[in-house]
Design a protein around this ligand. Structure first.
Ligand code: DGI
Ligand code: FE
Ligand code: FE
Length: 194
């Protein structure tokens, strides 16, 4: 199925309207960021298009699918199964949308928490997810959007800092996935010039 138009059609059926529109926003934003940072446009397009392909699976079904397919689930994911749509998304992209490009699958798998030492493609999908034009709730969006086109690592730090602050304020601290913190520590400790 690795034909973009076919994938779009299938996703339109699979996702609710808002999620499908967000998906297109992430795809186009990822392509723009790829232009700005010298990343392959087709990889950015495919990863952007498919990043949330598992988002509309129920939480119970997410846990079942992970169990059935040997996808590890940590305690934070067990409490917040929505987090699993990233790893499960990579699985679905491989098995239902015939994506074989490991770089694309990896970008999908890490798009929610990030991970230390990401590729530029990973960073672009993580950032595009946060800044696509339909997003309007997060703080500092104007500044993060501008920064994303110049410094990927700096934009990552801004997003992770705000996400951790938001989760700390609105949920309990245990709901922050250890990987989100690790990613933040990695990039905050690293150099901000690229
Ligand atoms: O799938 P999207 O909504 O497009 O975006 P996403 O994959 O970044 O997921 C966003 C949600 O995930 C948002 O409500 C914050 C939440 N999130 C991100 N990192 C963590 C987290 N939730 C928990 N519980 N723990 C995290 O570390
Ligand atoms: Fe997502
Ligand atoms: Fe998303």
């Amino acid at each position: 199925m690795a034909d973009v138009n076919k994938i779009k059609k299938a996703l339109k059926k699979e996702l609710d309207k808002e999620r499908f529109e967000h998906t297109l926003g992430v795809m186009y934003t990822a392509q723009c960021l790829a232009m700005a940072h010298g990343v392959d446009l087709e990889q950015a397009q495919l990863a952007g298009l498919l990043h949330d392909c598992a988002k509309c699976i129920s939480n119970a079904q997410k846990l079942t699918l992970c169990q059935e397919n040997g996808i590890p689930v940590n305690s934070c994911e067990k409490e917040n199964p929505s987090l699993l749509h990233a790893k499960l998304g990579a699985f679905v992209a491989r098995n239902e949308y015939d994506i074989t490009d490991e770089a694309v699958l990896h970008a999908i798998a890490v798009h929610t928490t990030g991970e230390p030492d990401m590729s530029d493609l990973d960073k672009i999908i993580f950032i595009a997810d946060y800044i696509e034009p339909l997003r309007n709730k997060a703080e500092h969006l104007t500044e993060i959007r501008r920064t994303a086109f110049h410094h990927l690592n700096e934009a990552l730090c801004m997003i992770l800092r705000d996400t951790i602050a938001y989760l700390g304020k609105n949920k309990n601290a245990d709901s922050i996935d250890p990987m989100t913190r690790e990613t933040y520590e990695f990039y905050v400790g690293g150099t901000l010039d690229e």
